[in-house]
Design a protein around this ligand. Structure first.
Ligand code: AHG
Ligand code: MN
Ligand code: MN
Length: 309
């Protein structure tokens, strides 16, 4: 009898490329997902070499890490070379980049490094990507066809959905992404991760959190949305970066962060809202469109709705 824990036997595994084939994912989309997986290994290696602050800000006035810019360039080059992507919207660029030579029609949104202020402390940070098969990156999230997170943590993992479930892969010692968990469903669990200062929360949000605390939910906010979402996919619970009294739209961006992550949560049986509305029903008004965000298990997000309505 084997006493191997799940995912600990490396002898035989399903690779990401095999899985994409098995799932009959559109071949161009599969190529893009595979390209991101390949390039994430380049980014992962750069954590040692590019871990300092750059001397520039992005258009949102946030300090850029060298790695923010490096990761952006690595993924942009790959998407350009693929000739499948005609529009590339990055948190680190001022505008949507149109790729004129592209033969394909894909639109890509990217937060090249999410949680990059944690790099120095060596905490988990991620890459968040959304794919639109056709056309524009400024569509409602319900038109997004696939999304993924690469998480650079104690191990590097990749979680993707192409609207056929949510699947997690880990970068193994052979340098390949191998299947760790298929068809992930957010389990019942008692973790919550809430951004912003408690003194700046609205009374409605505070009441929601107090209710969770009464039910025994534990605070597990990491400062990286991608890591916090992955925690919820594995352990259950709820993430929120809420409206703040002095910042009613919160901090996180619909296009780069909210929509791709909500797609993963929804495909895993959960929900993603601004407290009241499905994030995927909100028309992006610009790249900088910020929204309060509630993602996680259905039960928790429905409960948030009751407090926030
Ligand atoms: P980014 O590094 O892409 O700017 O994103 C950071 C985001 C998100 O990952 C996290 O949940 C949140 O900002 C943390 O904000 P606070 O520093 O206000 O906690
Ligand atoms: Mn981010
Ligand atoms: Mn970022």
């Amino acid at each position: 009898m084997s006493n191997q824990a799940e995912g600990c036997d490396e002898s035989d595994y399903v690779s990401l490329s095999a899985h994409l084939k098995e799932q009959a994912i559109d071949s161009d989309l599969a190529r893009l997902i595979q390209l991101v997986a390949d390039k994430s290994k380049v980014v992962q290696r750069a954590f040692v070499t590019h871990a300092c602050l750059s001397d520039t800000d992005n258009i949102y006035g946030e300090k850029q890490m060298e790695l923010d810019k490096y990761a952006d360039q690595v993924f942009l080059d790959a998407m350009e070379k693929s000739a499948l992507v005609k529009a590339f919207a990055s948190e680190e660029q001022d505008d949507v980049l149109g790729i004129r030579k592209a033969k394909g029609e894909f639109g890509v949104t990217i937060d090249p490094l999410d949680g990059s202020s944690l790099i120095e402390a060596n905490l988990a940070v991620g890459t968040i990507i959304g794919f639109f098969n056709e056309g524009n990156v400024m569509e409602k999230g319900k038109l997004m066809d696939a999304s993924l997170i690469v998480l650079y943590g104690p191990i590097t993992s990749l979680v993707y959905t192409a609207k056929k479930g949510v699947h997690m892969f880990v970068l193994n010692n052979k340098g390949e992404f191998e299947l760790r968990k298929e068809n992930i469903k957010i389990p019942t669990g008692k973790t919550y991760a809430m951004g912003g200062l408690r003194k700046d929360w609205t009374p409605q949000h505070t009441a929601f959190v107090e209710n969770l605390e009464k039910e025994g939910y534990k605070n597990r906010f990491s400062g990286s949305f991608s890591a916090d979402l992955q925690q919820i996919l594995v352990n259950g619970g709820v993430f929120s970066y809420p409206a703040l009294v002095n910042k009613p739209t919160g901090k996180l961006r619909l296009v780069f962060e909210g929509n791709p992550i909500a797609l993963l949560a929804k495909q895993a049986g959960g929900l993603g809202t601004d407290g009241i509305r499905d994030l995927h029903e909100i028309e992006p008004e610009g790249l900088n469109h910020r929204v309060p965000i509630y993602v996680g298990g259905k039960k928790e997000i429905e409960l948030a709705g009751k407090f926030l309505r």
